[in-house]
Design a protein around this ligand. Sequence first.
Ligand code: ATP
Ligand code: MG
Length: 336
Amino acid sequence: MWSTGPVSGVDDVDGAAIVARGLKKRFGSVLALDGVDLEVPRGTVLGLLGPNGAGKTTAVKILTTLLLPDEGEARVAGFDVVRQQEELRAAIGLAGQYAAVDEHLTGRENIDLVGRLYHLPRDEIRRRTGELLERFDLVGAADRPVKTYSGGMRRRLDLGASLVGRPQVLFLDEPTTGLDIRSRLDLWEVIRQLVAEGTTLLLTTQYLEEADVLADRIAVIDRGKVIAEGTADELKSHVGGEVVEVAVRDRSRVREAAAAVVEVAAGAATQTQIDEAEGRVAVTVRGDASVVVDVVRRLDREGIELADLSVHKPTLDDVFLALTGRVAEPTAGQAA
Ligand SMILES: Nc1ncnc2c1ncn2[C@@H]1O[C@H](COP(=O)(O)OP(=O)(O)OP(=O)(O)O)[C@@H](O)[C@H]1O
Ligand SMILES: [Mg+2]
């Protein structure tokens, strides 16, 4: 037996800051990654989008050398994740899912510490720390212990610390999960600026909206596999135009309501989701949502009382449903 090697390995991709081929990782009976391929061209942003337990953090940990893959290969900034760990680490920044800051140190001391881990010269660390505190709006709090910081401040500090070494490639694992909307918007702004400066970014998120705002391309990951890849618009077009959601007062009439909505939408309805327990119907319609007026009239005529009515753009849940035929739900703990 002989082999010519993989047709397209990690070495054959020019200009990519991140390349992964066939990454697999198993934890006991859980297959966390089941053959993940990724490619992120230099200076672009990839949003790795998926529900709880999809394998996002596992992928990030392998790409940042915190975990070894069982199978497959990957390069980041040109360095192999298994054979060139030290060089790779010097070229990247990582802000993990849970802010990795020391509670007892001040913000300034935290950034300083990371600078020393990168073996940067003292005065460069001092200069860089000052810049980053300024940039992340932490000057006023710089000399307070981090245990007095809000969640948003911790995330900003963690992100700041990940930038001390001026990384070519940055990994942000769910940078805004758990933040209020104001802090989320602030962080988006900061991330946008970074990207405008040419940093390559791999960002994981559970929110389509976040991937939409920040990413050039999105890879949707589910149960350890990339199930779709494209721009936000491409993914949404899988789903259709708008989602019309109706909740009825009398839950026993939810199927009737669903049938009525689909009939009113006629050919425009692309998928219907019924939640009997909640008395909710979500119908995805192509084009705009003008159909909603007719839906209200029709339900009224049939004496089906509405508890709630809304129209929204497809969310991650809708994209998920369209791609997989099931709602996004945690797979944590499930055997593969
Ligand atoms: N150290 C571990 N030991 C056992 N199972 C693990 C370990 N790390 C991850 N897993 C499992 O692997 C799967 C993928 O986990 P991972 O943390 O990569 O998901 P995720 O997409 O980051 O989810 P979340 O959005 O909740 O952070 C899950 O089923 C998880 O329970
Ligand atoms: Mg995670």
